[in-house]
Design a binder for this molecule. Structure first.
Ligand code: CP3
Length: 341
């Protein structure tokens, strides 16, 4: 079939008349025993630095399930390391030893040249394309706000209140930080495409905690800059926002193709609210802990609620959780693929 005419790429452009495509956020990860086996031997960061291992784990979910896209195996934090940010993953989640708080901190961050500074990731993309030439490959980065949350807070948080306060206490520092991150993200995503990725996804994991006004300023504005800088590449640009519904009016104005919808929102409402976008989502990842019949029912409930399928990419409404039963994933993929042949 070829990547350009795959159901996934066609769905990104709102023109898929075949099977509904599906991939799963965090599809390469700890719920897979074969991933655990790799992780028994190397740390997460070692894994992210080895092109061969990147390709091996990116391929694992594709081997096991009939998924319609692969995603680069890396992390949103990886691009910060060559900028001089000291990132580690001591208890699973990211931790930053030198968080940002002043303009001097922002100016100390080194601009990166991804071809030199992130060559292992880009070589990982080339390795994945060698193994999976016919499966669309998604490259990705974190959004400026989501990266700023970790940079300012220094670690994960339930509220990211320090990051939110920072926007109001030090707007000029924040402005410079966001401009810097937007430039770096755009150039990094461009090199991912040049290395062989066919689609990009930005993860706005934390923007959903912002007021509507702040979302316009700190999410929409920098993301439009990033997407604008990629428009000449003519590749599908996906934005996933965790808690997207309050901002549908702003999202509609974005210059991009696909919006990832979190599990809180009715997918049919998202499709109505975003008439010119393809949508990607949005089964609640915890549904997969139910019986196979339950997984099938909940999946069909979403599918039955929709009026059109030409611009649908099925996915979970956030990343798949560790310990998810493998049989549930199989049932999910089968249910989506059998829905419209
Ligand atoms: O399969 C894929 O989707 C590709 C790989 C991928 C990872 N992280 C691997 C990973 C992707 C796309 C990400 C994105 C990412 N990383 C996000 C955005 C997505 C989201 O969940 O909203 C965020 C916020 C991060 C930061 C991060 N990295 C966290 C919070 C954690 C720990 C907690 C968790 O959910 O796993 C990581 C570590 C991480 N990144 C793991 C994996 C497979 C687990 C590492 C391990 O093997 O121990």
């Amino acid at each position: 079939m070829g990547v350009a005419n795959s159901s996934f790429i066609n769905a990104c452009y709102r023109r898929n008349t075949g099977q509904i495509p599906i991939w799963i956020m965090r599809q390469a990860g700890r719920y897979l025993p074969e991933y655990q086996e790799v992780r028994d031997k190397v740390s997460f960061q070692e894994l992210c630095q080895s092109p061969k291992l990147i390709a091996k784990v990116a391929e694992q979910p594709i081997k096991r399930f009939d998924l319609d896209a692969a995603i680069l195996f890396s992390d949103i934090m990886t691009m910060l390391e060559p900028m001089g940010i000291d990132v580690s993953f001591p208890d699973g989640g990211p931790k930053i030893a030198n968080p940002i708080s002043t303009i001097a901190d922002v100016r100390r961050m080194t601009p990166i040249n991804p071809v030199n500074d992130l060559s292992n990731v880009l070589d990982g993309i080339k390795e994945i394309k060698k193994i999976l030439p016919d499966i669309p490959l998604i490259g990705f980065a974190g959004s400026p706000f989501t990266l700023a949350c970790y940079l300012i807070e220094g670690q994960g948080s339930k509220t990211f209140n320090s990051a939110k306060k920072f926007l109001h206490q030090s707007p000029d520092v924040a402005e410079e930080l966001f401009d810097f991150l937007a430039e770096e993200i755009a150039s990094y995503l461009r090199t991912q495409i040049e290395a062989g990725a066919e689609v990009v996804q930005l993860f706005e994991s934390w923007g959903g905690i912002l007021s509507h006004d702040d979302f316009a300023h700190w999410v929409i504005r920098p993301i439009n800059k990033i997407f604008g800088q990629l428009s000449d590449l003519k590749i599908p640009r996906i934005l996933f926002v965790n808690n997207v519904a309050p901002y549908f009016d702003l999202i509609n104005e974005l210059d991009n193709e696909v919006i990832g919808i979190d599990y809180r929102t009715r997918l049919n409402q998202a499709m109505t609210a975003l008439p010119n976008k393809s949508v990607q989502g949005n089964l609640d990842p915890t549904v997969l802990f139910g019986t196979p019949e339950h997984v099938r029912e909940k999946t069909l409930k979403i599918l039955d609620s929709l009026e059109s399928y030409d611009r649908l990419i099925f996915n979970l409404g956030h990343g798949i959780l560790p310990e998810t039963p493998l049989e549930s994933v199989r049932v999910l993929v089968e249910t989506v693929h059998n829905y419209r042949n």
